[in-house]
Design a protein around this ligand. Structure first.
Ligand code: SF4
Ligand code: MG
Length: 338
């Protein structure tokens, strides 16, 4: 399968200004040197707690914020080389759906106007065909024709998310970044919207970068999963590997927080201590060492790189010094885990 999106050594630092001259005194290292690839037609999820850099990654890829460093190759083009006009054209192929479509929908525009505008900006669909296309889009996302003349405030959260999806689809994109796209919805509506997204993916060969803190949702929708912690990728692999054979203690902790009826599950539970440290001054060595149950002195000094081990599935990588030894039971927790 074709590599549609290639992110290499991406960094996104946000300067903190201070002093009487307003100089940059420090940086929030929201994303700190991450690399990954997304294939055409694939759903890759990015998971982690809030502040791990997952939304920042999505925004940097679309250049909603300009990255500090690295490359973002989309369909063979390095997006960071493009000027504003070229980038605007490129956005036809790269859309984003937000958690709260309300915030991204113009409250003074009817749905029809919103969709018409999206198509006009990207100059897709001949003018005379746009009315038909709008009717078709609404039907596709499960809304009624009369909804076209309503305003955002007249819809429920689930309906608004459908409008957000219709808008993204209206320009016939290749990639859609879904940033917590179903997080604000009730569980039953979540399932409906996820199933819609899956259906469109098949029909239109769409590629999704699915940003979410909700592992239940991620398990439902993903082909592959990227786990982020404090601006770094700590584990990546296909969905099965991540959920059934997690290697990084952080991934294990995230997964053990999902409630399951299996009583056996509880014996392996890892509870995280403390809060996520500040990305302004992240911990040295392994950034997870302040909370990791398996941390040693080495973890404070040496930064673990993403790597694989013989027993791991192809493409499955973790960034922990002790993966093999934790797996075999030779490295035991160094502090309380429950
Ligand atoms: Fe924990 Fe050390 Fe592995 Fe980091 S490298 S995840 S601190 S054991
Ligand atoms: Mg976010």
């Amino acid at each position: 399968q074709k590599e549609l999106l290639k992110v290499k050594n991406l960094k996104q630092y946000f300067p903190i200004k201070g002093g009487i001259f307003g100089r940059t005194v420090n940086n929030v290292k929201a994303v700190d040197d991450i690399s990954f690839t997304v294939h055409e037609g694939e759903t890759v999820s990015v998971v982690g707690e809030s502040g791990c850099g997952k939304s920042t990654t999505g925004r940097a890829i679309l250049r909603l914020d300009n990255p500090t460093d690295g490359t973002v190759e989309f369909d063979g083009v390095n997006l960071l080389d493009l000027n504003k006009k070229e980038m605007r054209k490129m956005r036809k192929d790269m859309q984003i759906i937000f958690q709260d479509p309300y915030a991204s929908l113009n409250p003074r525009q009817t749905v029809r106007e919103t969709l018409r505008e999206a198509m006009a900006i990207q100059n897709v669909v001949p003018k005379e065909k746009r009315a038909d296309r709008i009717a078709e889009l609404l039907e596709t996302v499960g809304l009624q024709p009369y909804h076209a003349d309503r305003y955002p405030h007249e819809f429920s959260g689930g309906q608004r998310q459908r409008i957000g999806i219709a808008r993204a689809l209206s320009v016939d994109p290749k990639l859609i970044v879904c940033d917590e796209a179903v997080s604000a919805l009730d569980v039953s509506i979540q399932a409906q919207v996820l199933n819609l997204l899956k259906k469109f993916q098949k029909e239109m060969n769409l590629t999704y970068l699915f940003i979410s803190h909700d592992l239940g949702v991620v398990r439902h929708i993903s082909d592959r999963v990227i786990v982020m912690y404090l601006g770094k990728i700590v584990e990546v692999g296909d969905k099965k590997s991540i959920f059934e054979n997690p290697q990084h203690p952080y991934t294990k902790a995230l997964l053990s927080a999902i409630p399951v009826p299996d009583p056996d599950h509880n014996k392996d539970r890892i509870f995280l201590q403390g809060d996520v440290p500040s990305p302004i001054d992240p911990p040295t060595g392994c950034r997870f060492h302040t909370r990791c149950p398996f941390a040693t002195e080495r973890c404070k000094e040496e930064t673990p790189e993403l790597r694989s081990a013989g027993y791991m599935a192809e493409g499955h990588q973790g960034a922990c010094h002790y993966m093999e030894l934790i797996e075999s039971g030779e490295h035991q927790p160094t502090r309380e885990t429950s």
